[in-house]
Write a new protein. Structure first.
Length: 261
């Protein structure tokens, strides 16, 4: 079909065509000409919140849009927190925030002293730098790739497998990933400090007249390169960004071993 005849298609037919397209494809189509912009409507029925300023910003933009806010039926609130240290010692319901990032080195040392010499040495060793990042960060990235291979198993080369393989090849260096991850940690800390995600939620509840459901999940990040919910924060990651996947409160607390009598 010639390009000149496409804008002349009935709106009903455009609605049928666009129903098979993703929102990203519809966005590109809308940029091509005025007719396509009027005929292809974005489907925004779900919005995302988390302790990340980009997610909060996009949430508020949709909540303030005269057209898009009326189609929102679900709010997905990602409750997981980006880890500031290695998993497995004392993961709290707040997403492993008992570990410190590089801005608070003393807290890690003081916390480690509470659990005796062996855990203390092990924790402090995990915070030592190797290849431009802490060891725990490097180990988490390596574990992600091992799990990726395990989940693929002997499956055939489906398009999603090929896409994830390209992401693996596109990984930035460990030091670059750690630098970006630290930036995310700083943003997370700021949002938690000013409760901007909470205020955005309270605003959005009033702005979405068709809202039916609020989903609170610790699993939005899913597995590496396969998020359960592609939030604006996750979509903005650099190509091939491999990072410790936050798991949140479903892991439950892991206390140091004790003897029972």
């Amino acid at each position: 079909m010639a390009y000149a005849t496409l804008p002349a298609l009935p709106f009903e037919l455009w609605g049928c065509i666009s129903s098979y397209l993703s929102n990203s494809d519809i966005k590109n189509l809308r940029l091509s000409c005025v007719q396509f912009r009027n005929a292809s409507i974005l489907r925004i029925d779900r919005v995302f919140l988390s302790a990340n300023p980009l997610n909060v910003q996009v949430f508020r933009c949709i909540a303030g849009h005269d057209k898009f806010r009326h189609g929102v039926t679900e709010i997905v609130w990602d409750e997981a927190r980006l880890a500031r240290g290695p998993h497995g010692f004392n993961e709290s319901a707040e997403g492993n925030e008992n570990f410190s990032d590089e801005d608070e080195p003393r807290n890690t040392r003081e916390w480690a002293q509470e659990y005796g010499s062996y855990p203390q040495e092990q924790i402090l060793e995990q915070h030592e730098f190797e290849d431009g990042c802490p060891k725990w960060f490097k180990h988490a990235c390596e574990a992600n790739l091992a799990l990726l291979r395990q989940r693929r198993g002997r499956d055939v080369d489906r398009p999603d497998h090929i896409e994830r393989r390209e992401q693996v090849f596109a990984q930035p260096t460990l030091s670059e990933r750690w630098k970006y991850y630290r930036h995310l940690l700083g943003q997370q800390k700021d949002v938690l400090a000013d409760n901007s995600d909470v205020y955005a939620f309270l605003h959005g509840v009033k702005q979405f007249p068709a809202l039916k459901r609020v989903t609170i999940t610790p699993s939005a990040h899913g597995h590496i390169f396969t998020p359960l919910y592609p939030t604006p924060m996750i979509r903005a990651f650099p190509n091939g960004f491999n990072y410790p996947i936050p798991r949140g409160w479903l892991n439950g607390p892991v206390e140091p071993p004790v003897a029972y009598h």
